[in-house]
Write a protein that binds this ligand. Structure first.
Ligand SMILES: Nc1ncnc2c1ncn2[C@@H]1O[C@H](COP(=O)(O)OP(=O)(O)OP(=O)(O)O)[C@@H](O)[C@H]1O
Ligand SMILES: [Mg+2]
Length: 413
């Protein structure tokens, strides 16, 4: 198998757009270029102004092109937003000839079967992810190709989105002259960047708290069981500070980053902070603890929503590895402690790892999705090169088409 290859991905967040260009060098991924630009025209992870969103994507892509010295012709793009929904479905096929092993075509057939689900006409399937296969009743087979059996089942996790939201996102990227090779659900990308295999095996909840959304991916026995996107994020925390302290948005944002803590009792009860304020004075002095109380109230609410979402999907006994927090809001001091208090699960903050090359900007929880998108793309391409069932998209035809496209994903400038 050729392990070479150059890839590009675009994370279009509510607060920033991040384009990453990377290559697979032996076992590791090397980052060749990064382009980060402030985001505009998006609310809660969805495009609300095509022109503004296009401009921010353009700025990010151009920066990534400059830093990598390549021209980006196509890329994988992250998708989130409240229009996302998920379900689990099973596919079953017979293997007609019992003298031959199960072939990649059989896997394609069973996956095609699993994707026959009734979804509203305004929705389209983004992922059909095989969770595990069953060969003649033998459970938890991770790759059935080469095995013998007469019946092949697959348990899948299916992610859907509203087609107009997907079209809007795709249009913005295409406006910049970049072809969309595939869409990847953002929490799945973040999970790729920050979760350990052991955590996925023992049951873990990945929670990416960004600016406008909180993205959830729940893994049980190494495979994804539930995904969700909640319409709240760090920007809501900042807005609460604006209202609570009557401060302009930027001052509230700066104060959150500089003095914020998720556990108010951990900051000195008498410590004072000075920040810009509305009104004739222009600035004001507040107790730091007051700021932290405002932050805690909203972050606690977000974590309670996460806990409720997870408990609706599974019994919390299966989440032994607890919760891994990432996204920009995971940089809030004490958020892991608050998460442990609210959910009762162990919690840690996760950031991208195992990166080489131009990584300075990316080793940060805010870039978990950006890095994970690239890692997912690389893994998907590797899986399809091996004729192995891909974890991401089961449309094998399209994977091969995309493999053919690699050569023109990036052109040296
Ligand atoms: N040190 C910090 N403390 C608290 N919050 C922070 C800190 N640094 C960044 N944030 C918050 O993180 C959020 C941005 O996170 P991120 O970059 O992951 O969002 P995004 O990917 O643009 O948005 P989304 O994924 O929701 O569409 C902002 O609300 C910002 O205020
Ligand atoms: Mg994000």
């Amino acid at each position: 198998m050729s392990r070479g290859g150059t890839f590009a991905s675009i994370d279009i967040g509510t607060t920033k757009v991040c384009t990453v260009v990377g290559e697979l060098a032996s076992e590791d991924m090397r980052i060749l270029g990064v382009g980060i630009a402030p985001s505009a025209g998006l609310t809660r992870g969805m495009v609300e102004n095509i022109r503004d969103a296009t401009e921010s994507i353009k700025a990010s892509v151009e920066k990534a092109e400059r830093s990598s010295g390549t021209r980006i012709l196509s890329a994988h793009v992250g998708v989130a937003g409240t229009h996302i929904a998920c379900l689990n479905n099973r596919g079953i096929v017979a293997i007609p000839d019992r003298t031959r092993p199960i072939m990649p075509d059989d896997v394609t057939r069973v996956l095609d079967g699993a994707r026959v689900v009734s979804i509203p006409t305004n929705r389209e399937i983004i992922h059909v992810i095989p969770r595990y296969y069953v060969v003649d009743g033998q459970d938890n087979v991770s790759d059935p190709v080469g095995m013998f059996g007469t019946r092949l089942d697959v348990e899948t996790h299916i992610v859907t989105g509203i087609d107009s939201a997907i079209q809007n996102l795709t249009k913005c990227v295409e406006n910049v002259g970049v072809q969309v090779d595939g869409l990847i659900l953002e929490p799945l990308a973040s999970a790729e960047a920050v979760l350990d295999q052991e955590e996925k095996e023992q049951g873990v909840v990945l929670v990416d708290i960004g600016g406008g959304t909180t993205d959830i991916a729940l893994f049980i026995e190494s495979s994804v069981f539930h995904t969700a996107v909640l319409p709240v994020g760090g920007n809501h925390v900042t807005r609460d500070i604006v209202v609570g302290l009557r401060a302009p948005y930027q001052a509230a944002e700066d104060a959150k980053r500089k003095w914020g803590h998720a556990i108010p009792s951990m900051v000195d009860a008498r410590e004072e902070i000075t920040l810009d304020a509305f009104g004739s004075e222009g600035s004001k002095t507040e107790l730091r603890r007051r700021l932290c109380e405002i932050i805690q109230a909203r972050v606690e609410e977000i974590l309670e929503m996460v806990s409720a979402e997870v408990k609706r999907a599974v019994h919390d006994d299966v989440i032994s590895a607890g919760i891994v927090l990432t996204g920009g809001t995971a940089k809030l001091s004490g958020i892991d402690m608050l998460a442990e208090q609210v959910t009762g699960w162990p919690a840690r903050v996760g950031m991208p790892r195992n990166l080489h090359g131009l990584t300075d900007a990316l080793i940060d929880p805010a870039y978990a999705t950006s890095v994970g998108l690239l890692q997912w793309t690389v893994n998907e391409a590797e899986a399809s090169t091996w004729h192995r069932p891909s974890r991401a998209s089961l449309d094998m035809g399209s994977i091969w088409r995309r493999l053919g496209n690699w050569a023109r994903v990036l052109l040296p400038e």
